[in-house]
Design a protein around this ligand. Structure first.
Ligand code: ZN
Ligand code: ZN
Length: 261
């Protein structure tokens, strides 16, 4: 697809998700009564987050897809997976894939917060000082390749077809936008089964340093491994304590440079 078609698609997609989330964030805005904010349309850093969105949509998504297609194209699961696994009904495979992806993402995400080599790239996602649907796109491309790789691997190993895999990736992507949205929408008892904005906003809270609520789609892994955190109140400040350069271009470059003292 040529660049102009990609750009047109990126803009249309942005309009589509904005048409859903701008009204949701307006009418069900989570931080409306927070002490340190006031209702406003244009928030701090929105242009920066738009750069992250455009960077992903115009360049890095294609890079991720090309790299992962190449890497996973080499994997031939029929050669090493037991036949009874490969012969499981698709419905069973889908359930297994969802559980394995969640398990992989959970520990992969814990590793992103644990190991400095991964944290320097994942930190970019945590530099958002205001979290809303657009901030979901604040990611370093290498961090994105890491996460997409982990979440896709189980589907590749179980031999699901490309359309089903693409469906998974799309659904997880949409859920990621929802859990970043600045909305007070709560899921009630379902929040033990499905990730929500409330839970993920606490993952971005300034002083918690992201060491809770690692899950994206389902918090079951957080519950199982003791990192589930859901207080009644909502966070008041987001981001990281480290001194970082906010502009998009620096956020792309800085993780690749030796650590600054
Ligand atoms: Zn996030
Ligand atoms: Zn994180």
């Amino acid at each position: 697809m040529d660049f102009f078609a990609t750009a047109a698609q990126a803009i249309l997609y942005l309009i589509a998700i904005s048409a859903v989330f701008v009204p949701l964030e307006y009418f069900w805005r989570a931080d409306r009564f927070a002490a340190n904010t006031h209702l406003r349309w244009i928030r701090r850093d929105w242009l920066n987050d738009l750069c992250f969105y455009l960077g992903q949509a115009l360049f890095f998504n294609a890079l991720t897809i090309t790299l992962l297609s190449y890497a996973f194209g080499i994997v031939q699961p029929t050669e090493f997976m037991p036949r009874f696994i490969m012969n499981l009904p698709v419905a069973v495979k889908v359930v297994v894939v969802i559980l394995l992806s969640d398990l992989g993402i959970y520990w992969g995400h814990r590793a992103q917060h644990r190991f400095p080599i991964l944290w320097r790239f994942h930190r970019v996602h945590h530099t958002a000082r205001e979290v809303d649907y657009l901030a979901a796109y604040r990611e370093h491309p290498l961090d994105n390749i890491y996460t997409r790789g982990i979440e896709t691997l189980p589907a590749v190993l179980l031999g699901l077809d490309l359309n089903t895999i693409a469906g998974f990736v799309t659904f997880r992507g949409l859920w990621a936008i929802f859990i970043h949205s600045n909305t007070s929408i709560r899921l009630g008892p379902l929040e033990y089964l499905l990730g929500s904005p409330h839970l993920h906003h606490w993952h971005h809270e300034l002083d918690k340093r992201g060491l809770i609520n690692y899950a994206n789609l389902s918090p079951l892994m957080d519950i199982a491994f003791g990192t589930f955190y859901s207080p009644r109140e909502r966070p008041l400040a987001y981001g990281v304590h480290d001194r970082i350069r906010q502009p998009w271009l620096w956020q792309m470059i800085d993780p690749l440079l030796p650590s600054r003292r």
